[in-house]
Design a binder for this molecule. Structure first.
Ligand code: ADP
Ligand code: MG
Length: 385
């Protein structure tokens, strides 16, 4: 697990600053900036009127989840830098927002990147909320309030809050302000931002993982290939879009090139072992690449029991890419990529298509229950001859 994080950080340390990466970061930064500056309201009946309720950390969290912790923090940093010229607080407001934004986004995206599933998304957002609140209290106690007190006088700062908190005095100011203002307000704000993130990050996954293919011809669609190297090259382009959690269904007759395509994928993912056809082993697992690769060949699978026996269900997880030749699950929910290969003389037509992610319950990946199939994944009825 830690390896994964190191890998993703290394990937960042030596980034391929692709046009798509820059474009995504720019779009998320712009969104974050708009949400920061223009989409906000105050709740003067409950909280100090200068507290802005806004969700500008949402795009940063989406960036952090899809492109790694550093990218998430960059969105926060750029969002605040962009607001510098409009600052009314001598940059203090923007700098403290930067600190607090990082306090939320960094732990959340580090934890999510350790293992990309719902549980880690939740724990990540919870941890981010805790650090956000703690840093929020520290920042207000030692930076923001002393700054405003210095500027306007402590008494006038206390005066600003006396309408809201009847008994507030200079002596009990921090107790009222921090415990009844800052803390519950930041908690509420984090809950709202986290809820949006939690609802959106999977739904937007396809968009967020866009790799700019349309700029140079999409990999989705039909490709004519002649040489085996062209199959490898196409597989490599697909591999570069993979983030973990995808299920790739390979269609095509015997000898069409399904295993060959998988070899190309494996190579591009950095798998060092030799990839062999899993016709007899049914499942081969390769863990030496950028992502774990499960390679299944269900040609010889005849019953649900066989799948259960093989422990296939253990291999589906959000960190793995699963390639299935001769798929026999009737339906699989989740992040499905279909690759069908039609042989036509010595040429081949390879069609790649991808379904959006729209699965709430299963977090995008198939599960096989012991015994009874639950309809989500069921073995195809054997055809009667
Ligand atoms: P499958 O897994 O679909 O049964 P394989 O990948 O095992 O098929 O076999 C495909 C065979 O076709 C391999 O021997 C491969 O060398 C050959 N071949 C020739 N040209 C191509 C190509 N353009 N793409 C894939 N395979 C090719
Ligand atoms: Mg094969």
């Amino acid at each position: 697990m830690q390896n994964k994080l190191v890998l993703s950080l290394k990937k960042f340390a030596n980034p391929k600053f692709s046009a798509a990466y820059v474009a995504k970061l720019a779009i998320l930064t712009a969104l974050s900036f708009i949400l920061y500056v223009y989409i906000k309201f105050s709740m003067p009946f409950m909280f100090p009127s200068f507290f802005d309720m806004q969700i500008s950390e949402l795009p940063a969290l989406l960036a952090g989840f899809s492109m790694g912790p550093v990218s998430g923090c960059l969105v926060i940093v750029f969002k605040c830098l962009l607001k510098f010229p409009m600052s009314t607080t001598g940059l203090v407001g923007e700098l403290t927002d930067m600190l607090m934004g990082v306090a939320l986004v960094l732990p959340a995206s580090i934890i999510y990147c350790l293992k990309k599933d719902k549980k880690h998304a939740f724990i990540g957002l919870l941890s981010g909320t805790v650090t956000f609140i703690v840093i929020g209290l520290i920042v207000n106690r030692f930076i923001s309030i002393p700054f405003y007190a210095n500027l306007h006088g402590f008494d006038s700062v206390v005066g600003m809050l006396s309408a809201l908190y009847k008994n507030i005095t200079a002596d009990n100011f921090y107790t009222y302000y921090l415990l009844l203002g800052v803390l519950p307000f930041n908690l509420l704000r984090c809950i709202i931002v986290s809820a949006f993130t939690f609802l959106l990050y999977k739904r937007m996954s396809v968009l967020l993982h866009w790799e700019g293919s349309s700029l140079r011809g999409s990999i989705y669609g039909t490709h004519k290939v002649k040489k085996e190297e062209q199959t490898y090259a196409l597989a490599k382009r697909l591999a570069n879009t993979l983030e973990g959690g995808e299920v790739i269904l390979l269609d095509g007759d015997l000898g069409a090139g399904k295993t060959t395509f998988t070899k190309g994928l494996a190579k591009a993912l950095g798998v060092s072992e030799e990839v062999t056809s899993p016709t007899f082993t049914i499942l081969n697992v390769y863990e030496s690449g950028r992502l774990k690769l499960n390679h299944l060949d269900m040609y010889r699978i005849e019953s649900e029991d066989e799948i259960a026996e093989l422990g296939v269900e253990d291999c589906f997880d959000d960190d793995a890419v699963t390639v299935i030749e001769w798929n026999k699950f009737r339906s699989i929910d989740g992040n499905i990529i279909t690759v069908s290969i039609v042989q036509n003389g010595d040429a081949r037509e390879i069609t790649i298509s991808r379904k959006g992610i729209a699965d709430d319950e299963k977090d995008g990946l198939p599960e096989i229950e012991d015994g009874e199939p639950d309809g989500e994944i069921t073995l195809e009825q054997e055809e009667t001859e």
